[in-house]
Design a protein around this ligand. Structure first.
Ligand code: SF4
Length: 458
């Protein structure tokens, strides 16, 4: 996906008022579940400290842990590949498949393969790819990317999914019962699992001490995709490493609670070497991560465990939808990662935040997201990437805030002049969001004037 203007894309999402409200409430419901689950763990804050510490330590010695992981994984019979970028990653996966004559691949959720655009790459080379996570399959059938890293189809209503399944899977017209639709998807996917020559999974954690990889899912699709076909390819970014098996306990307690409010994911599968008469290939990808690691300010965001909690809590994400970010990882963490890849294309993303700090409060690995967003804003200004209109507005605001008399004059003008302007001009240009939300118009009198009028004071 290429960079887009967040305000423009968000305005398109907000134009569908019903969907915007529903999206907001659906994610807030997940956020509240996270609060209930985390508050039931007495040592929650200590777990967050421990997770942040483990991640910081691992990132500071990533080279050593990579070597240890490769040594141990190889000793267990896995083949470890290293890819510098997306192109190398795709070529390695394609090489493994084509050498074995595989033409059908089942995939369980992997944001890394989305980042590398693996599906179109393989499909252009005659390999049929089926995403087997239900949400992922839905967006794949719609030829769309995921709109959320944990809930890929959260932007869709069940009626839209019913219509999609009717057209693509032959379900009854008008059927939208989630149970019925899930069963239809299950039957459809089961055939794909049986026909596949290989299964590809993402990796939640890679343990250097054991050389094993751990995959967390709720649907069991990763397990089906790795036990039926003989070849398993596990793709991971270098940041998925953790040093020891005992560190895993810290992250497993944090991950599911932060993501969906569950105590633990339904399936937590450990792959230590290939299954009997099978093959396990682990592809470790850099794709810009080493460059980020060198950056003192933004390296902390490499600790992300992709739980999605910062998205569920973010007032901007909830109201503007995942596609408004134009990057494969949306929300607060995406707004930090995307400009790191291409600051010019994603220059609007660091501004897609109220800087309320709610993202940092819920982050299980204590990434100081709102501070990093602020740092990116400064960086965007320094690199001259701020639009001219915003630069001028900020300069004016700076002057207004510097002098008390100017501030008072601006306040007087705002009270007297703006309400006198034609309503169409004010609302169409400056208050689109408020108008779409059917908020009452701005009061024409100040609070002090209202108070005096109501109390009959001069
Ligand atoms: S930045 Fe933190 S809250 Fe956001 S997805 Fe990553 S780990 Fe979760």
């Amino acid at each position: 996906m290429s960079g887009i203007s967040h305000p423009e894309a968000a305005a398109r999402f907000v134009a569908d008022d019903a969907r915007a409200h529903w999206h907001d409430q659906a994610l807030w419901w997940v956020r509240k579940k996270r609060d209930v689950a985390s508050s039931a763990v007495p040592d929650w804050e200590a777990l967050r400290d421990a997770a942040a510490g483990i991640k910081a330590h691992t990132l500071s010695r990533i080279g050593d842990y990579l070597e240890e992981f490769e040594r141990n994984a190889t000793a267990r019979g896995a083949k470890v590949w290293f890819a510098r970028d997306a192109a190398e990653h795709n070529a390695v996966v394609h090489g493994i498949l084509s050498e074995r004559g595989v033409t059908k691949l089942v995939k369980s959720k992997s944001m890394l393969t989305e980042e590398c655009h693996l599906n179109p790459y393989l499909e252009a080379r005659g390999i049929e790819v089926t995403d087997t996570d239900l949400g992922e399959r839905i967006v794949q059938l719609r030829h769309e990317p995921p709109s959320h890293i944990v809930l890929p189809a959260i932007h869709l209503k069940k009626e839209e999914i019913g219509e999609l399944f009717h057209q693509q899977l032959g379900t009854e017209k008008g059927a939208s019962d989630p149970k019925y639709l899930t069963e239809a998807a299950r039957q459809h996917l089961r055939r794909r699992f049986l026909e596949a020559g290989a299964g590809l999974t993402g990796v939640n954690f890679a343990v250097a001490e054991t050389g094993g990889v751990v995959v967390c899912t709720n649907e069991g699709n990763a397990d089906m995709g790795t036990t039926l076909p003989p070849v398993h390819i596990a793709c991971m970014g270098v940041e998925k490493l953790i040093p020891r098996l005992q560190d895993l306990a810290v992250f497993l307690r944090l991950l599911a609670r932060s993501a969906t409010g569950q105590p633990v994911t339904t399936y937590t599968t450990h792959f230590h070497g290939p299954r009997r008469e099978g093959e396990l290939h682990i592809v470790v990808v850099d794709n810009g991560r080493s460059a980020q690691l060198k950056d003192k300010v933004f390296r902390r965001s490499l600790a992300c465990i992709r739980c999605g909690a910062c998205m569920n809590t973010c007032p901007v994400f909830r109201r503007s939808g995942g596609y408004s970010y134009g990057f494969i990882v949306p929300g607060p963490i995406g707004s930090i990662l995307a400009p790191g890849r291409d600051a010019s294309a994603y220059s609007t993303l660091p501004f897609a935040s109220s800087l309320c700090g709610s993202c940092s409060d819920v982050c299980p690995v204590r990434i100081d997201l709102h501070h990093e967003l602020l740092a990116w804003r400064q960086e965007i200004v320094k690199r001259g990437l701020l639009p001219r209109s915003k630069r001028v507005a900020m300069k004016l605001a700076g002057w207004v805030l510097r002098f008390a008399w100017l501030y008072r004059l601006a306040g007087w003008l705002a009270r007297r002049v703006i309400p006198a302007l034609p309503r169409g001009l004010v609302y169409a240009r400056w208050n689109t969001w408020g108008q779409q939300r059917e908020l009452p118009p701005m009061p024409r009198e100040t609070f002090r004037e209202l108070y005096r009028r109501l109390r009959g004071r001069p």
